[in-house]
Ligand binder design. Sequence first.
Ligand code: 13P
Length: 249
Amino acid sequence: MRTKIVAGNWKMNKTLSETEVLLTELVSKVPDTKAEVIVAPTFVNLSTTVNHLANSVVQVAAQNMHFATNGAFTGEISAAMLLDIGVKTVIIGHSERRSIFGETDDMLAKKVQTALDNKMRIIFCFGEELAERKHNKHFEVVESQLKNALFSLPVEAWSHIVLAYEPVWAIGTGETASPEQAQEMHAFIRKTIAKAFNQKVAEDVTILYGGSVKPNNAKEIFSKPDVDGGLIGGASLVADDFIAIIKAI
Ligand code: 13P
């Protein structure tokens, strides 16, 4: 059985005090669920979040990290720094990191390797842009993003990897992929991984959908057989909405 996950990517939102308010509300309302629940606050609020959630089922992830061990990388955060404050999961390859901060497949492959070297869990994001879907290139784009960052890894690495398909045109736009489009892509991803590795790796990997998941569409998207949960942006900043999405899994 694959692990189901609902993760909230809080991006560059919430001050420390706002984070504490949201965490308090989440902890008091989080439902009893077999799914894993993860939140990814901004770096400066990670430590407080780890402490706040110490007795909660809710887990913590970082939104990014650098691939180097340490050194002259002004503004960057290392795996050791995250582990030292109790953060063992990291989001890598979010489309905003790729498009706004110029992260390439090559850099992402290095980040993945560093996370694995440090025995961290990775939520690896990828997805096509609108023009690529319009030109029917979405399968090709997704396959190449996966191949360039993940397909040289050994089979054992996959127990540390969660995938998050996030079509760029659906992020923060209010426009979601239809449940059928999500299912079609997730099935393609599984087939591609089965070819590159084996059937078991493909069956066991958790594949999240991300892009304008809201309380009113989560249930239908999560009902698809190859969709194992969601990576939620905007709706994860509102406790009641995030809780409603967790209940939809
Ligand atoms: P939205 O849910 O706001 O569209 O964001 C999705 C996302 O980018 C999660 O990483």
